[in-house]
Write a protein that binds this ligand. Structure first.
Ligand SMILES: NC(=O)c1ccc[n+]([C@@H]2O[C@H](COP(=O)([O-])OP(=O)(O)OC[C@H]3O[C@@H](n4cnc5c(N)ncnc54)[C@H](O)[C@@H]3O)[C@@H](O)[C@H]2O)c1
Length: 246
């Protein structure tokens, strides 16, 4: 077990990549905090609690009071915090002209400010535990596409925020890295397309492997970055994208 007795908060873990990460971390012995706006996070908790230990904390990562409550509840329940996976994120396909100011703010606040807030309130505890943070960026943080400017900006922001935080907190023994997934078969990805044909065309044109990834394939890399197997890795971006960013 690579994460035996570690305490891990995973944001956006009611679905998709976050859910796959939570299930994998639980198998590896971690105690899990499912942090999500969606009540279906409770179902993931039920699944984990058959063989492990998890709690659900309803949390909007863009709201500082929610995030403070998340960290407080985690410490109250488990008395420690070892791993933070900043995974929660949303996507919107609109050009600059189509996008309202509210939509821009919502994407930046959830995708980018959420990483800041969760890290801000987790790090004081992680200084004690010499913890690990893994941020979920995207290939769209390394390259761009025309119709999702706020998403691309938020994800590029995560990549450089990861590097800056990694440099700052290495002296406390905290390691910080990010993953950059390509097209992964989750509700977020499916909702970005009008139909299956459009989705398949995108995947064929954008990946070398000509298939979407599975959430579990990202979770495996997140596990590597969250475990001691990556003890000499900091400030890095691991692409998990079937070759999309090449
Ligand atoms: N699926 C892909 O192709 C892909 C590619 C690159 C990056 N990503 C990133 O991976 C992460 C997970 O996405 P996914 O594909 O698993 O999507 P998903 O929609 O399956 O899951 C996202 C989860 O985040 C939660 N969430 C949304 N807003 C939130 C908020 N304000 N606070 C807390 N939780 C919130 C949702 O309720 C949901 O459970 C996102 O950051 C996304 O940008 C996904």
């Amino acid at each position: 077990m690579k994460l035996k007795n570690k305490v891990a908060i995973i944001t956006g873990s009611a679905s998709g990549i976050g859910k796959a990460t939570a299930l994998l971390f639980a198998k590896e012995g971690a105690r899990i905090v499912i942090a999500d706006i969606g009540e279906k996070g409770r179902k993931v908790v039920e699944e984990i609690n058959k063989n492990g230990k998890a709690i659900f904390v309803k949390c909007d990562v863009s709201k500082s009071n929610d995030v403070k409550n998340l960290i407080n509840k985690t410490i109250k329940e488990f008395n420690s915090l070892d791993i933070l996976i900043n995974n929660a994120g949303i996507y919107l396909c609109k050009t600059i002209e189509e996008m309202s100011e509210e939509e821009w703010n919502r994407i930046i606040n959830i995708n980018l400010k959420g990483v800041f807030l969760c890290s801000k309130y987790a790090i004081p505890h992680m200084k004690k535990s010499k913890g690990v943070i893994v941020n979920n960026a995207s290939t769209l943080g390394l390259k761009a596409e025309p119709e999702s400017p706020a998403y691309c900006a938020s994800k590029a922001g995560i990549v450089n925020l990861t590097r800056s935080m990694a440099m700052e907190y290495a002296k406390y023994g905290i390691r910080i890295n990010c993953v950059c997934p390509g097209p992964i078969d989750t509700p977020l990805f499916r909702n970005a397309f009008r139909n299956n044909k459009e989705l398949k065309t995108y995947v064929n044109e954008h990946t070398i492997m000509k298939r979407p990834g599975k959430p579990e394939e990202v979770a495996n890399v997140v596990l590597f970055l969250a475990s001691n197997d990556s003890s000499y890795v900091i400030g890095s971006c691991y692409s998990v994208d079937g070759g999309e960013a090449l």
